[in-house]
Design a protein. Sequence first.
Length: 558
Amino acid sequence: MKKLGQKQINIIGHPGTGKTTTLAEKLIQILNGVEPDTVLCTSFSRSAARSMIKKLKDQGLDVDSLKYFRTVHSLAAQALDLKDPSQFIHPADASRFFNEMGIEYEKTGSTIDDIELYGYIGSYNMRDALGNRLQAYFQFLKKVKIYDGDIRSAIFSREFYDRFGINERYAAAWVYEIYDAWEDEKRRSGKYEYEDMLVEALEDKKFPTSPKFGLIDEAQDLSPLQAELLSLWLEGAEEVYVAFDVMQTIYFFNGSSPSLILSLPRDEMRVLDHSYRVPRVPWEHAKRIALLNGIGTVKKVKPAAREGDVSFTAKREIPRLLNPSRSTFILFRSNEAALSFIAELFRKENILVRGMGHIATLAQDNYFRMQYGCIHKLWHDVLPTFEEIRSIITRIPAKYLKRGVKTMFSKRPDEARAMLEEKQMQKSLEIETLARDSSLFYSLFKNVGNVPELQDILLEPRVFFGKGHRGEFIRKILTAIKPSSPSFSMANAFAGTYHSSKGLEADDVILFDYLPPRKADMFEERCLTFVGLTRTKDRAFIVPVEGYEGIIERDIMR
């Protein structure tokens, strides 16, 4: 990798050492002497950028004047003057192409909101249709190989086939034929995928600006393509400040790698030597993992002035560890493992935790919480709130409700609220006390007078709670509520992957140990466990792999 700018200053910031704050302070210092348009500041994700923006606002800086403070993809779109969504590939475009080629394609897709909303991301996993995996594979090759000749060589040498589930029965010549046809299709339509605009900006030498100074946060997340483009944009800059932590190189999907960040040239290097987050005991264990990767800069870092703790625990003990007054992360190697745990915890303990990253749970579904609260209150003869009542009534087929009720609650909620309040007042006058019993709810129905009769209706397939398994899961929960069921509670806990926890922190962290995947890069796997362990502000609990020695147990017990 080429040096960035005339003078490159590397800032190594291990977890909690304040590298984003350091960059923000440096940016303020630079802006005291130059115009904002001469400064290019970038980060891999918008979440990292938002963190710095908040710090700049706290310092009274006008962040709106920073035209070139964006993600690399956003800067490339700016350089190429791409503004209209119609200029980007969408699921329908990919679906049409792959179907014409006789390749199965699932017309689903997502944008990675946390990075930037420039174009459709070909999201995939190993169980997806072949077309989705090929699309993701081609974009990945652009991240790591950049140029057509190198991409062609990678395809014919079958590089990364395993990662995308492209097995031996697919000839390399056929895979390249699909790649070439897909590139032709995009050129013909004039549309871009996510990485295409970076390649074009690099090849055509399109600059968003000619900066005098550059600042790059979370540089360990950069792909080779992003690094090459930044090298072009910043070649004339007087100084470039590059902040990173090689032990947090975990965005493998972006093509980032420890070898890329370790190859960074420099004129100066500064190691931030005090972690304000990670206590002594968790830091000693995390340091041991980093040293196994040969990263010696962790020796220079002093932990936070707290003792903290690291201990092993059993899966069955987790409900006891969840404390409403303390935030808790529960981390896994895969989304599938996290989702399985979330479902099991709710089924067995009636504890709902929130999801992290791409996982969203019912704990984050306000509508479900209102539906649960409505039925729970009805069992105890308590009148639900208007919004709770509406969350159920709008799901009930009109034939079970009195005339006009469904339409009123669905389309004229203010009128429905007024009607309910008037009924409540009339009943209160009759009994000379404020009517809060559930009879007002049942007065909306033709012939329903108790919870079991309501739940019988909710069991009907026509009552819609959402698509697929999620909708059926909600139906199952709501129809299983009994008088003995607890009121809805949401733990102050979040479950997700090690990847999804990056950049975040919690009082306690529960790490599910794991066996590394087949052909795993152990340097990268240790980066994952290092990130997980250093999210804690106090305690870390490790759940061992039953019957085996997991990667965390093996590394910290050496």
